[in-house]
Every structure is written in structure tokens, then in C-alpha cells.
Design a protein around this ligand. Structure first.
Ligand code: ADP
Length: 584
């Protein structure tokens, strides 16, 4: 029996309050399910809920904008395998949180957006209530599931359904609509506590079918140039030891997607990261482990994969391990779908391989590693250069060294060039230490993810931010300072989106749309709230400031001055710009 239920049963009728209200039922339902943190932004009608939750021992992290609270909840869900909770006010607050909910769903991160809402009777007749909006209807198409609770006695069921929906199968975002009136409703205390549900086995293991395991193994056995591709689903699954065994037992080169970096250390002997183009184009059998063949993998087709045109396949055969039974064949045929949770699927493969499983052919692996080593040596040469002003490489080399020294630190990364270069330059050594723009490649996740990483792990967080990307969530520096979180934000300041040299083609008085105020003093933003701010113009200054930030754990912002001519339009996704696409 849970502690809370035990307490309810043990308390004598004289001591126990006779009634319990909606506020406390909700708090108790969350606590009963081990939810210890709420990310949110107080306001009508949930201000008292945040106060009461805090009084009841739940950590309430209060933000300056709901989108960042939502992003924090999503990242917390990803890191902990417990749904991250985001709490918002009605209509505008709800809408601000919705971007994060949709993003969480797209990325398969478990989160629950709980929003207060106006009175149903008035909303449904569209009579113009305070912040009137049919939030449930709006949320539904943007998340995995959406529920509304109208009666206090259903709060337990509402929370249980939200938790199950967020965590089971493919994880995702859930919306829970709580009309203002619900909070004040009361019911008899013992009955109320009995109505709460502790969710048993919210993410049940899903064991793959033996014939599917055999099909995958048969395909793998015949492969001459096999490749393993690890995605963030593999990182989320926390089956780190099994995945490592699979890679090492088979001797197959592997490629991590960006958030799967560190699942095995980036300096692992079988990493093919620095030979990415080669292995994708050349492999004959590719095993996808918690990775989707979406735009980030060129949909499994085209030149990337050795195909002739953008629509033709390179002839690879795919094994796809995924918890979602409908993921296979979404872009190209999947010869061997393996449906189940990654831990169970990989264990089943390992068991099926037995002891005598032959390692990947050495003529393939030797060729891969030779190419990789050549590229790694070339990059090492570039990284030793010390141009003035700094460029992306010389600044990122400092962070690369810092992570080598503190592999437990968590990297948050967003931007265009800042993202692309950091992904390939900054090696990761431990699982789930890299959080970035994810499946949508969105900007604005920075400070929300950084707060979540610091709050859920207590480890140092290094947020590598393009100056444009930072602008979306920069005000949360106040949040970072308020909770005194060990976050060091490094703004790659090259005076603009992509770079700072664009000109107004019409010759008018306004600067070009991609240009920012030159030499902006971003470091003063952290100083404004009592944190540390440093302007760094050389790798030595950057290294000193970063070392101090990591050692002290004090909120820090380093304004890293980057050559404003460095960087390319749209980073590595130039091809998605309509004008570039037309030129093709
Ligand atoms: P990446 O962007 O790194 O390639 P994606 O987000 O595209 O990764 O893919 C993650 C995949 O992992 C999704 O298809 C999701 O269904 C799957 N997934 C998430 N959790 C699990 C799990 N525990 N077991 C199996 N598959 C999972």
C-alpha cells in the first residue's frame, strides 16, 4: 500500500480532515505516482495549486514563459522515463505550452501538459468567459492523448490515464484539461484518497515475436557491410548495457543520431561517426535501433544512401527495432521489423546469436575505420588552429576539452551552425548527456532543456547556443539564477542569424532581417540576475570562464565572440530553403 493511502487509513476520523478538495486530490495523485517536480507558470486558476504543491513537498520550478516550462517538462520526461509535468493557466498560457507539447510528442518524449481552463458551460455556448477557449479540442490533434476531468472523484483516473498514455508504447505528450471549478470541488476525504490510482507498470515491456527475431538475425547473418544506427529512442530506453553488448558482440560499425551520442562513448573503436557519408552510402544491411527514417536520415533514400536520385533507394535492407508497430515502411520497405521495447528486442537478438556469432567482415570494418581515422586526423588539425576572431571550431574545441574532462556534464545545443558544428566536434562519453533541437530541428528549447537537465540530474549543464537560438528563451536566465542552477550558457555571438554580415538588399535604413545588434552584451543578462557574465574573445578566455563555471556551479553566461563572417546560411539544411531548392 502506498504511503499516502496508508496515512489515510491510519489517521483517526477525529484527526483527519473530513473533506478533500480538487487541489489536494491532484497533488496527492501526482505524489502517489512518484511525481516530484512540476514545471510551470502560475496564474489564474492554478496559482494556489502551485503554492499547495510546493507546501506538500513537490518541487515547483516556475518559469517566465510557458513554452520553456513545457520544454523543461519534455526534457525531464526524456531523462527520467517519468512524464514531465507542465502546469499552465488557461488560453494564452495553454497555447504557449502547446508548442512544447507538440514538440514532445514529435520527439517521443513523455510529458503531461496540465492547464486550467474556463467554465465548460460558458465556453461551449461561446459566451465570452475570461480566457475562453476550447482547449481540449485544440490540444487533441497535437498530442498523443487528451483528457478532461470534470469531477473531483475522477482526478485519480484522469492522472492515471495521462501517465499511462504518456509512457506506454511510443512515449509522447498528453494534455489534461482541468476547469477552474474542479479545484474547489470537495469530496469526503477517505473516499477521495481511495479514488486515486497508483499506476502499475505504466510502460510494460513488449517482447518481440520469436519469428521476427529470427528474421532479423537471418538478414544480419548474410550482411557483408552491416551498420547499426542508434537513435534517441535507444537512449531513452535506458538499455545501455544491452546495446553496448550488441554492438561489441557483432563487431558492427555504428552511427549515433545526435541525441544518441554517448550511448557508447564517441571515441569507441566501432564508432563510424566520422565516416558517416561513407557508411550510409555503402552499407548493405542497416539495423535501426530507436531511430526513424525521417528527414534527418534523408528518408532512407537518395544520394545519402547511395541511390541515384532523391527518390531512389541505395538498395540497403533494413532491420528496424521500434516500439511502434506502425513505424516500419513509413519511408522505405523494412525487411525485418522488430516490434518491441529496445531492451527486450536487443536481449532477444543477443540470445538468438548465441556464443558463436561471427563478427562483421573485416574488409568492411577496416575500410570504415581507415576513412574515419583520416577524417578524425583532419578535424584534429582544424581544431588546433587559433584564428582571431574565434570561429566555431576554435570555440567548440574548448567545449570539446571541457566535456572530455567532465563527461557527466550535460550538453544542451541549439542553433544552425552552432548546432551542426557542435554535434560533430563535441564528443560525448555517457548516455543521455546531449539534448538538442530534435526531430523538428526547432529553436527555443535551450533554457527549458537546460533547467530540466540541471533540476533532474544536479550535474553541470553546458548550453551551447547560437545567438539567434538563445533569443527564444534568454529570459529564463532569471529562472536559472533564481534556482541557482549549475548552468553555463555559451552564446556563440556572430551578430546575427547564420552570420552577421547580411545587408538590406533594398538599401533602406533597416538592417537585414538576419542581422542583430552588433557586439551585443549577452553576458549582462546573467549578471542582471546575480549570475556570472563573461565576454570571451579567445579560446583561452573561453576555457577559463567555462572551467570556473563548471567548478563553481554558479549560473554563468559566456558571450563567445565569433567571427561574424563565419557560418553558412541555414547551416547544413540549406537544401530546405525554397530558393536553394529551386536552384537545384
Ligand atoms: P532520432 O531522431 O534520434 O533518429 P527518433 O526520434 O526519430 O530518433 O526515433 C525514436 C524512435 O524510438 C521512435 O520511432 C520511437 O517509437 C522509438 N522508441 C522510443 N522509445 C522506445 C523504446 N523504449 N523501445 C523501442 N522503441 C522506442
Amino acid at each position: 500500500m502506498s504511503a499516502i493511502l496508508e496515512k489515510a487509513v491510519e489517521t483517526t476520523p477525529q484527526e483527519a480532515p473530513k473533506t478533500i478538495d480538487g487541489f489536494h486530490l491532484l497533488i496527492d495523485a501526482l505524489k502517489l505516482n512518484d511525481i516530484d517536480t512540476i514545471f510551470g507558470l502560475p496564474g489564474i486558476p492554478i496559482t494556489d495549486l502551485t503554492r499547495m504543491a510546493q507546501a506538500e513537498g513537490i518541487r515547483v520550478i516556475s518559469f517566465r514563459h510557458e513554452q520553456h516550462a513545457g520544454n523543461a517538462a519534455a526534457a525531464a520526461g526524456y531523462l527520467t522515463q517519468k512524464p514531465g509535468i507542465c502546469l499552465t493557466v488557461s488560453a494564452p498560457g495553454f497555447l504557449n505550452g502547446l508548442t512544447a507539447l507538440a514538440n514532445a510528442t514529435t520527439n517521443c518524449f513523455p510529458m503531461i501538459l496540465i492547464s486550467g481552463s474556463s467554465e465548460r458551460e460558458i465556453v461551449d455556448l461561446q459566451q465570452g468567459d475570461y480566457e475562453e477557449m476550447d482547449q481540449l479540442a485544440i490540444a487533441k490533434p497535437l498530442c498523443k492523448a487528451a483528457f478532461r476531468v470534470l469531477h473531483a472523484e475522477d482526478i485519480g483516473v484522469g492522472i492515471a490515464r495521462a501517465i499511462r498514455s504518456a509512457l506506454s508504447g511510443r512515449p509522447g505528450g498528453v494534455y489534461l484539461d482541468l476547469p477552474a471549478k474542479l479545484f474547489a470541488q470537495t469530496m469526503e476525504a477517505a473516499a477521495g484518497r481511495k479514488s486515486l490510482i497508483r499506476v502499475v507498470d505504466p510502460a510494460p515491456r513488449q517482447i518481440p515475436a520469436p519469428d521476427a527475431v529470427k528474421r532479423a538475425l537471418d538478414l544480419l547473418k548474410g550482411a557483408k557491410k552491416p551498420l547499426i544506427l542508434l537513435g534517441k529512442g535507444a537512449a531513452y530506453a535506458q538499455a545501455d548495457a544491452e546495446i553496448r553488448s550488441l554492438v561489441e558482440k557483432t563487431g558492427i560499425p555504428y552511427l549515433p543520431m545526435s541525441m544518441a551520442k554517448g550511448l557508447l562513448p564517441d571515441n569507441h573503436g566501432q564508432s563510424a561517426s566520422a565516416a558517416r557519408s561513407y557508411v550510409l552510402a555503402e552499407a548493405d544491411v542497416v539495423m535501426l535501433v530507436g531511430a526513424r527514417l525521417n528527414w534527418l536520415l534523408s528518408h532512407g533514400k537518395g544520394k545519402t544512401w547511395g541511390g541515384g536520385s532523391s527518390k531512389t533507394s541505395g538498395g540497403q535492407q533494413f532491420i528496424q527495432i521500434d516500439i511502434s508497430p506502425t513505424e516500419a515502411d513509413s519511408n522505405v520497405p523494412i525487411a525485418a521489423p522488430l516490434v518491441g521495447d529496445i531492451g527486450s528486442c536487443v536481449s532477444a537478438l543477443l540470445a538468438g546469436m548465441g556464443d558463436g556469432w561471427a563478427k562483421a567482415p573485416t574488409d568492411w570494418t577496416t575500410g570504415v575505420y581507415e576513412r574515419r581515422d583520416k577524417n578524425v586526423a583532419k578535424m584534429a588539425e582544424t581544431l588546433t588552429k587559433n584564428p582571431s576572431p574565434m570561429n566555431f571550431h576554435s570555440a567548440l574545441n574548448v567545449i570539446r576539452n571541457a566535456i572530455k574532462a567532465r563527461p557527466d556534464a550535460i550538453v544542451v545545443n541549439e542553433g544552425a551552425n552552432t548546432l551542426d558544428f557542435a554535434r560533430s566536434i563535441v564528443d560525448m562519453y555517457e548516455p543521455r548527456k546531449r539534448l538538442d533541437v530534435g526531430t523538428w530541428g526547432i529553436m527555443g528549447i535551450g533554457m527549458g532543456f537546460a533547467v530540466a537537465a540541471a533540476v533532474t540530474t544536479g550535474k553541470p549543464v553546458i548550453a551551447i547556443e547560437g545567438d539567434s537560438a538563445f533569443g527564444f528563451s534568454g529570459m529564463e536566465c532569471e529562472t536559472i539564477c533564481r534556482y541557482n542552477l549549475p548552468v553555463c550558457v555559451i552564446v556563440f555571438n556572430n551578430n546575427g542569424v547564420y552570420k552577421g554580415t547580411d545587408v538590406n538588399a533594398g538599401g533602406g535604413k533597416d538592417v537585414a532581417p538576419t542581422v542583430f545588434v552588433k557586439d551585443a552584451r549577452y553576458e549582462m543578462l546573467m549578471q542582471a540576475f546575480g549570475g556570472v557574465g563573461v565576454r570571451a574573445t579567445t579560446p583561452a578566455e573561453l576555457a577559463k570562464a567555462l572551467d570556473e563555471a563548471v567548478a563553481s556551479g554558479r549560473p554563468t553566461l559566456i558571450n563567445a565572440i565569433i567571427d561574424e563572417t563565419a557560418g553558412t546560411e541555414s547551416g547544413r539544411i540549406t537544401s530546405l530553403n525554397p530558393s536553394a531548392a529551386k536552384k537545384k
